[in-house]
Design a protein around this ligand. Sequence first.
Ligand code: UD1
Length: 327
Amino acid sequence: MKLLVTGGAGYIGSHVVRQLGEAGHQIVVYDDLSTGREEAVLYGDLVQGTLSDRQALASLFSTHRFDAVLHFAAKIVVPESVAHPLMYYRNNTSNTLNLLETMQEYQVKYLVFSCTAAVYGIPDQVPVSEQAPLQPINPYGASKMMSERMIADYASSSDMQFVSLRYFNVAGADLQCRIGQATPNATHLIKVGCEAAVGKRESVSIFGTDFSTPDGTGVRDYIHVEDLASAHLASLDFLVNENRSEILNCGYGRGYSVREVLDEITAVAGGSFKILEAPRRAGDPPQLVANNEKILTELNWSPKYNDLSVIIQSALKWEEKLAKSRV
Ligand code: UD1
């Protein structure tokens, strides 16, 4: 297929581009390179541009006849969204509207959208299913919820079909260590922990030890970026074969606490680092774990790296590579 991948130079997008390229698809990556990196794009053509530029979008869509769009381009840092909500609504929601209007104009039929478990806010029930009420507790989650709603409304009124994948906590790197999470000042727990393990950080703070969880620290469903990426290829197959839309949680359905993650990083790294206890971080739910029955039934997708240790091994290897390249 001829595919447009927005945000394809970013962490998750670049892993999907690599798998799409290996599967023989024709790819155009559209990325403003604000957090993405040119060298992470291992397949296809890279066009630098922003989704706020309607003219650039029109010229892109008129040059290529895309069969489908995979839409990753977004800002993703929760605390930043609390401090700068309008930036999030412009960059995530308004830019998605631009993309949808361009897709409408050029009659592009399929869309795979990067949504997030942050749309659930603090869920009443864990594991949380797709039917749970959407009650985001930060502008990031709200910006994605609004985008998903626009996509669903447009799909209902047209021939366009979509799969919206609600990502849980994505971590890890390409097993051959060609690409990984390279964003400076990253805030993800596994990335931060691996940075501490390789000596790039002094310590890791546990944000909150008084949650209503077994050990008092936050519980998340960590999914390997390679499995998340393969869910996008399975979503494209689903769209072509089934020709209908779906909203799917993308996680393993098993939660780990912050302490469990840090213990595992220590074990994999074979050495300890300083761990501090800090107050809760604003906007953090106590537990977020996927009910993943729907994705397992609907898509032809079987996760291959459903193992915290494997996720951490790949993340650590990548962090070691980054540390060496800085010397
Ligand atoms: C992450 C993503 C968000 C996504 C969401 C879906 C980021 C910044 N956030 O949020 O885009 O929508 O998953 O579930 O990528 N923690 C610490 N110390 C640290 C860092 C984190 O204790 O230094 C704790 C957090 O309080 C939380 C857990 O670790 O309990 C995971 O945090 P993090 O990796 O930042 O991801 P989320 O905030 O869950």
